[in-house]
Every structure is written in C-alpha cells, then in structure tokens.
Design a binder for this molecule. Structure first.
Ligand SMILES: *[C@@H]1O[C@H](CO)[C@@H](O)[C@H](O)[C@H]1NC(C)=O
Ligand SMILES: *[C@@H]1O[C@H](CO)[C@@H](O)[C@H](O)[C@H]1NC(C)=O
Ligand SMILES: *[C@@H]1O[C@H](CO)[C@@H](O)[C@H](O)[C@H]1NC(C)=O
Ligand SMILES: *[C@@H]1O[C@H](CO)[C@@H](O)[C@H](O)[C@H]1NC(C)=O
Ligand SMILES: *[C@@H]1O[C@H](CO)[C@@H](O)[C@H](O)[C@H]1NC(C)=O
Ligand SMILES: *[C@@H]1O[C@H](CO)[C@@H](O)[C@H](O)[C@H]1NC(C)=O
Ligand SMILES: *[C@@H]1O[C@H](CO)[C@@H](O)[C@H](O)[C@H]1NC(C)=O
Length: 343
C-alpha cells in the first residue's frame, strides 16, 4: 500500500472549507472560526480513528484506487455537551465501501491516543468501538471524549484561532479480522497537520450570517440595550454546541470601547441555525461613528475581542482560550440595518 495514498485520503477527508460571506456582527463569525478549529481537531481525531482502520482494511486487497477515493463523511457528526474536561461525540452513518470491495470482517475496539507531537503529552484517548464492515461500514459513535490535558487542547485551539499550523498525532494498535485471513495487528501512527484560520479575514469577507432583527430596547433588560436574532451559516457539515459566548467590542481607529455582546446559547446546526444575542452597546457612539467617522458614510470599523465561553455555568477552558485569542476588526455598513437602527 502507499503511504501517500493514505495521506491523501486523510487530508481530503479533513479539508476544512473556508466558507465566507460578509455581514454585521462579526463576532459571531469570529466565534465560528475559533470553534471551527477546535472542532476541526476533534473531527480529525474522529476521522483518523475511523478512517484509518478502514484504510488499512482496504490495504490487503484493494490498495490505492480505493484508498485514494475514500473520504470520511462527517455529515451528521455532532459535538455537544462541552464540559471542562470532556466533550460528547456522536455520529450515525453508513459508508459504502464500494470499489469492488466485497470482503467482510471487523475491527476490534481499541483506544486511540491523541497528542500534539511536540509536547509528547497525550491530551485525549478516543475509545473506538468495534467497527463491522461488509460491503459497507456502519458508524455508530455516541460517547464522551475525555480530555486528559486541557492545556494541550487550549494550545491547539489558540493555534487554530490565530492561523498557526497545528498537528495531532494519533496512535493505536487495533486488531483487524478480515474474511478468513488471520487476525492482523495494525499499528496506527499518523500525524495530521492543518493550518489555523484567519479570523480577521473571515470577518471581513462576505456574509456567513444575517442579523434578521435588531431591537434597540428603550428600557434595559438585564443591563442589555440591544438584542437581535442572528442566522448563521454553519461552515461545517457537523453540529457544534458552543454554549454561552461573550465578546467585547470597540469602535473606530482608536479602539474606543463600544460595549459587549453575549450569545447565551450557541448551537451551530447543519446548514443554518438561529440564535439570539444581547448587547450592551453605546449606540450613540455607533451611530455617531457611522455618520462622522473617518470611513465612508454609514460604515464603522468594529473591533471584536473574545471574552469568555461557558456552558451550564462552567467555563470551558479550551473553547475560551480560542475565543480569547480572537482579536479582529471588521467593517460594517450600518445602512444595511438602517430600518432597525434609525427608526
Ligand atoms: C455525506 O452524507 C450525506 C448524508 O448521508 C450525503 O447527503 C452527502 O452527499 C455525503 N457527502 C459526501 C461528500 O459523500
Ligand atoms: C481503553 O482504556 C481504558 C482505560 O484505560 C480501558 O479500561 C479499556 O479496557 C481500554 N480499551 C481497550 C479496547 O483497550
Ligand atoms: C494561514 O497561514 C498559512 C501559512 O502560515 C497561509 O498559507 C494561509 O493562507 C493562512 N490562512 C488564512 C485564512 O489566512
Ligand atoms: C489575516 O488576514 C488579514 C487580512 O486579510 C491580514 O492582514 C493578516 O496578515 C492575516 N494574518 C495571518 C496570520 O495570516
Ligand atoms: C443571508 O442573506 C442572504 C441574502 O438574503 C442569503 O443569501 C443568505 O443565505 C443568508 N445567510 C444566512 C446564514 O441566513
Ligand atoms: C428583545 O427583547 C424584547 C424585550 O425583552 C423582546 O420583546 C424581544 O422578543 C427580544 N427579541 C429577541 C430577538 O429576542
Ligand atoms: C467585556 O465583556 C464582558 C462580558 O460581556 C463584560 O462583563 C465586561 O465588562 C466587558 N469589558 C469591557 C471593557 O467592556
């Protein structure tokens, strides 16, 4: 078998498309980005853990053509219930092995160890269930992934959020039973590399989300004077539960404080999802900057700085580390929101 074929199969399975569109509330976007990569890491773990064995299964008889075509399909993967030391992964899917692959067998359950190669410190162990195959493979993942080194996970998340390169080393030694062949002892040792994401670029690119309603509240509610509903395009084919995220905002070239926004409950579902945000914003400053600031009439430059992330009242340190690494600027045209802001 060809190692590069496996590399190809793996990298094509873990490609992260930069889906990009512009709109207001780039904070959301920023969140998305950061989360993205954190999730990307997790996905990669899953990809490795599930795809690698499949690739190895294909090796004895089918080799390169099959392997080159193989793509992990993360549609339906859900990353939920974030806790300080764990996340939950679930996915049910059926993968046709195809390509004349007719054999059947199974891969024994095994523990896949995950680490950042340079630290040599394991940050998680993914307990891979038994995988049966017979013309197709049924994936039925529904389990927690315990994080053994939260700092390691945070470092990966920060790298992802600041567009540094990151890698994850996956190791495992599953046993494979294939047809009438004797049990094969596999030895998985694979480093997955990826680049982080440029949040500023994403924020300033055309709109992955829309603000469908902005309310300027005459009477503050819990200290907030603005709320809105936002629809977000999920750039990933999987579901990600983020919880509560907060950002601090500044405005103008001199970074005058503008206030903050809270997104109480962010769950990125497949395709498009909606969520509410609440803001405590200096709306006069916002409008003043739009009308008299240095930019084109109606446009403002907003600085977005990540502040916190928690779920069920508990800080989620690895997500928060990524959120806090977000420090981006985006230019918005307030006239797009004029009917809400100036009525
Ligand atoms: C992934 O699976 C979904 C649902 O099963 C399907 O609609 C989609 O086309 C698949 N994507 C690829 C690239 O095979
Ligand atoms: C995975 O690791 C856990 C904890 O060390 C252990 O209890 C379990 O038996 C291991 N599973 C396999 C398949 O080796
Ligand atoms: C991230 O950095 C890499 C190289 O360090 C670069 O090739 C890539 O274009 C950058 N991505 C973004 C979105 O800026
Ligand atoms: C991110 O994108 C911005 C705007 O395109 C660019 O100025 C900056 O250098 C990029 N940063 C990295 C690390 O690629
Ligand atoms: C935002 O609005 C544009 C134009 O109406 C639409 O094409 C796009 O799909 C919307 N995006 C989301 C995430 O709702
Ligand atoms: C904004 O707050 C007002 C007052 O509490 C409420 O009536 C409205 O439904 C809220 N809008 C959203 C999008 O949550
Ligand atoms: C930043 O945001 C947090 C949470 O929304 C808020 O409590 C804090 O006061 C903000 N800091 C500044 C300087 O606005």
């Amino acid at each position: 078998m060809s190692k590069s074929a496996i590399d190809t199969a793996l990298s094509s399975g873990s490609d992260l498309d930069d889906v990009v569109k512009p709109t207001l509330w780039q904070r959301f976007t920023a969140h998305m980005k950061k989360w993205w990569w954190v999730h990307g890491i997790v996905i990669i773990v899953v990809v490795l853990v599930t795809v690698l064995p499949l690739v190895y299964v294909g090796v004895p008889h089918f080799a390169n053509a099959y392997i080159n075509k193989f793509q992990y399909n993360e549609t339906g993967l859900a990353i939920t219930n974030p806790r300080p030391n764990a996340i939950h992964l679930s996915q049910k899917s059926k993968i046709a092995t195809g390509g004349g692959f007719t054999g059947s067998g199974h891969l024994e359950p095994f523990n896949a160890s995950l680490r950042e190669p340079s630290t040599n410190q394991e940050f998680a162990v993914f307990s891979v269930p038994e995988i049966e195959f017979s013309g197709s493979v049924e994936l039925d993942i529904d389990q927690d992934l315990e994080l053994l080194c939260v700092d390691c996970m945070s470092q990966l998340a920060i790298a992802a959020a600041t567009n540094q390169s990151l890698s994850v080393l996956v190791r495992g030694t599953p046993d494979l039973k294939y047809g009438a062949l004797p049990t094969a002892h596999l030895n998985i040792d694979k480093t997955i590399k990826m680049n982080g994401y440029n949040v500023t670029e994403f924020l300033n690119s055309p709109g992955a989300f829309n603000v469908t309603g902005i309310d300027l509240l005459k009477e503050k509610v819990n200290g907030y004077n603005v709320n809105a509903t936002i629809t977000i395009q999920n750039p990933t084919p999987f579901t990600v539960e983020l919880g509560h995220i907060a950002f601090n905002l500044t405005i103008g070239d001199d970074d005058t404080p503008l206030g903050y926004v809270d997104l109480p409950n962010v769950m990125l579902e497949q395709d498009v999802s909606s969520t509410v945000f609440w803001g405590s914003l200096d709306t006069e400053k916002l409008i003043d900057e739009a009308l008299t600031g240095s930019g084109t009439l109606g446009t403002v430059t907003i600085g977005v700085k990540g502040y916190s992330c928690d779920y069920n009242g508990q800080t989620i340190p690895y997500y928060e580390a990524a959120i806090k690494a977000i420090n981006a600027k985006a230019t918005l045209d307030l006239f797009n929101y004029a009917s809400s802001l100036f009525d």
